[in-house]
Ligand binder design. Structure first.
Ligand code: PRP
Length: 184
């Protein structure tokens, strides 16, 4: 399907059609693995909202959804892995099968923190489904997700929930942002 490219986007990494195929595959994998279970999906705001809305409709087993919002402590501190919970879950997860939904695994520090935080609440299991994993040469992410949609190169990508300064989350595809947009 031909897509009208946003003027700030250099190229498309994953088209709407690619995304649809990936989400269907992940939905099948998750539904198969959680057969007979009732997982609690935990979406990590804000980036994961678009992926969450799609993947939950591709999951065929009974499931529930809850949301968490986290933020790193200020500029540059992200690499230390210090994360603050801005919005916590409404649900008690003790004894539950928890599936964390993320849009992208970059350094993995956000997910590394989240998985440890959630594990401390005694769930039955905690797994990660991430739509994207960023491939950074010579760097291994701090966590290993159970479900990965696609690997993407280490470029400035936006769309499908991913932002630059809160913009572009609404693009229906994943694209590379033109450098002049963020080098201004
Ligand atoms: C992004 C993304 C992940 C995290 C990945 O969130 O949604 O949560 O960064 O990076 P990491 O693997 O290096 O920790 P961001 O903090 O930009 O917030 P947002 O989801 O609200 O855009």
């Amino acid at each position: 399907m031909a897509e009208e490219l946003h003027p700030d986007i250099e190229s498309i990494v994953l088209s709407e059609e690619d995304i649809h195929g990936i989400v269907s595959r992940l939905g099948e994998e998750i539904s198969r693995d959680y057969e007979g279970k009732n997982p609690l999906c935990v979406a990590v705001l804000k980036g994961a909202v678009v992926f969450t809305a799609d993947i939950m409709r591709a999951i065929t087993v009974p499931m529930a959804i809850d949301f968490m919002a986290v933020s790193s402590y200020g500029e540059g501190v992200k690499s230390s892995g210090v994360v603050r919970i801005v919005k916590d879950l409404d649900t008690k997860i003790e004894g539950r099968d928890v599936l964390i939904l993320e849009d992208i695994l970059d350094s993995g520090l956000t997910l590394n923190y989240l998985i440890r935080n959630l594990q401390a609440r005694n769930p039955k299991s905690v797994r990660i489904a991430t739509f994207l994993v960023k491939d950074i040469e010579g760097k291994k992410p701090a966590v290993a997700p159970s479900y990965v949609g696609a690997h993407v190169p280490d470029a400035f990508i936006v769309g499908y929930g991913l932002d630059y300064a809160e913009r572009y989350r609404n693009l229906p595809y994943i694209g590379v942002l033109k450098p002049e947009v963020y080098e201004k």
